[in-house]
Design a protein around this ligand. Structure first.
Ligand SMILES: C[S@@+](CC[C@H](N)C(=O)[O-])C[C@H]1O[C@@H](n2cnc3c(N)ncnc32)[C@H](O)[C@@H]1O
Length: 560
């Protein structure tokens, strides 16, 4: 048996060891806070424990184990326990109930990660994945899991995080009232309005297909990254998450861009040579006709519009294409945001309507990605609402503005201003803050476009606010905070605790950092002598992204 390091056995049955890094900046708090919640079982279902080739607490790197996935955990990874010891093992793409053989690839202090080698018996709630790329591409991870099981698992993850990271007790009589059931998504395919594909010098082909497709493997690629590999691109000509018009454009580009006479080269992430880096497809709709609108954005390593000309001619044949942009990114990094942006065809923005307002969206601005509005007649007969509408309606309901134009709203991480602008008609004034200059420009333009005069948008980094941040606006009655995945910086948490607005709506795309921030806002940070002053009133998970591990939540906090 491998020797357990000091303290190892104590941590062994820790229910959420993979979450400890969330609180790294407050390390002493981290360990203690997560160790406090020891009592819960990981899943309601109790599969038989797995067997292991060696009876060790700590599986060795390279060791193979037979495991059973118990539930889905943070980032959608399958959670398993080693037989007899309860040692926790996480496996990407293992689904609840699945019995499989995995090889240990990484060891952390108190859990290990395994790579699935072979499924022995399939997971519960198995359905056939409609997409041929589903088992390998980085986009969808649970396409072969029944949708009802996907949302059940997402709701369960939020509940567990709120207890284990947020430190809210599920024994509290109010707990069930606070935790709202997840809102599923009516439309489970073709819902994404933005997809980013990468060009690569070589197509990555899954090992099991290598034999058949060996001739193709040296061809250049346009597709999606293999998860965890910046230099491996799977060639993809259709993605079931994006709209049909976007798929038609993708297929046309796929068919054409390798033609030798075009002289187009994919960018090589190792040698840093080559021209085409990324292809971004953004879908919107014409606000007057409701017809689809498409933006095609080529991200290139230099500005050579003449090289793109034949491709532009090809794709302008599609009537939905109203904008072709070129972001020029000369850096060696892999980002799609260019230092310079050029309009090669049509307009520089596309439009979308949301909650009765019209929005212009440029290539690099954040806009809710799930805005597609096609009803699957087989499932429902009533018209389906786009999930972004559902999310914004929930936010409006939580905001509970009086509507007499007396209240001030602070919209933090405002992007193109969508949330603040949908609330502006019932508020006295909205103040929005956002780091991306272009998003702020869009927000101001969107305010004008919709005749909204009581909204001010300011560009700034909310991770670097100074003591004087509160001087930029009057004391708000309502704060909306919608950070990206890392959640809020401690400076901002401290600011909000001092500001003491009557209500905070925390919109989150990462329930783990959300639970951490809710803990700080409600319970404070005793180690730093910071006191919490909010009460959690409700958490509403919303499934914005079927088949992916992402979970959105709308949380309402009220000042104590
Ligand atoms: C999840 S999006 C929310 C956007 C907007 N609330 C909406 O619903 O469309 C997060 C936004 O935070 C912005 N952001 C990220 N880091 C930031 C920072 N340090 N300071 C200010 N804004 C930031 C991003 O550019 C992005 O627009």
């Amino acid at each position: 048996m491998a020797a357990a390091p000091a303290g190892g056995v104590r941590l062994l049955h820790h229910p959420r060891p993979w979450l400890r890094s969330l609180r790294r900046p407050l390390s002493t708090l981290a360990a203690s806070s997560i160790q406090q919640s020891e009592e819960s079982t990981i899943t309601a279902t109790e599969p038989k424990p797995a067997t292991t080739s060696s009876n060790t607490y700590y599986p060795k790197r390279g060791q193979t184990l037979e495991l059973v996935c118990e539930s889905l955990a943070y980032k959608g990874k399958g959670l398993c326990k080693v037989a007899d010891t309860g040692f926790i093992v996480m496996c990407d793409r293992a689904l609840p109930g699945e019995r499989f053989v995995g090889r240990v690839t990484r060891k952390k202090d108190n859990y290990a990660e395994v790579k699935k080698l072979k499924t022995i018996s399939p997971h519960w709630d198995y359905v056939e994945a409609p997409c041929e790329f589903a088992s390998h591409c980085g986009g969808c991870k649970t396409q072969d899991l029944l949708y009802e099981a996907q949302v059940r698992s997402k709701e369960q993850q939020v509940r567990e995080l709120i207890v284990h990271v947020g430190k809210f007790s599920d024994k509290d009589p109010e707990y069930d009232g606070i935790m709202k059931p997840i809102v599923p998504c009516d439309i489970q395919f073709h819902y994404r309005n933005k997809m980013e594909f990468s060009f690569g010098t070589k197509q990555w082909v899954p090992a099991e297909l290598l034999q058949q497709e060996s001739d193709d493997t040296n061809e250049s690629a346009l597709g999606l990254h293999v998860p965890g590999f910046f230099d491996k691109v799977m060639n993809i000509n259709k993605c079931l998450l994006q709209s049909e018009p976007a798929n038609k454009v993708l297929a046309a580009i796929q068919d054409f861009w390798r033609e030798p006479e075009l002289g187009l080269s994919p960018y090589d992430v190792h040698s840093h040579r080559g021209f085409l880096k990324h292809l971004m497809l953004r879908s919107g709709s014409n606000v007057e006709t409701g017809q689809p609108e498409l933006m095609v954005n080529f991200v290139t390593s230099s500005y050579k519009p003449e090289l793109l000309k034949p491709l532009i001619e090809k794709i302008t044949a599609f009537p939905d294409v109203v904008s072709i942009m070129n972001n020029v990114n000369t850096s060696v990094g892999n980002t799609s945001v260019g230092e310079e942006e050029y309009t090669l065809f049509g307009k520089s923005t596309i439009t979308e309507s949301l909650r009765g307002l019209n929005f212009q969206i440029s290539a690099n601005s954040f806009f809710q990605t799930n805005t597609h509005q096609v009803c699957n007649k087989k499932i429902r007969t009533a018209p389906c609402t786009m999930q972004a509408e559902v999310l914004y309606k929930l936010i409006e309901d939580c905001a509970c503005l009086k509507g007499d134009g007396s209240e001030i709203v602070l919209d933090l991480f405002c992007g193109t201003g969508t949330i603040g602008l949908t609330l502006a008609k019932r508020a006295k004034h909205v103040y929005g803050f956002e780091i991306v200059e272009q998003a702020i420009a869009d927000a101001r333009r969107n305010a004008n476009l919709n005749g909204i005069c009581n909204a001010t948008f300011v560009q700034g980094d909310l991770n670097k606010i100074g003591e004087n941040f509160g001087e930029y606006f009057p004391k708000p009655d309502l704060v909306i905070t919608d950070p990206n995945r890392p959640g809020m910086h401690m400076k901002l948490i401290k600011f909000l605790l001092k500001l003491k607005a009557a209500r905070i709506i925390y919109v989150s795309c990462n329930p783990a950092t959300c639970a951490r921030d809710l803990d700080y806002l409600c319970h404070g940070v005793p180690e730093r002598n910071i006191q919490g002053c909010y009460k959690l009133k409700s958490i509403q998970p919303v499934d914005m992204f079927p088949h992916t591990p992402h979970i959105e939540c709308v949380c309402l906090l009220e000042l104590l």
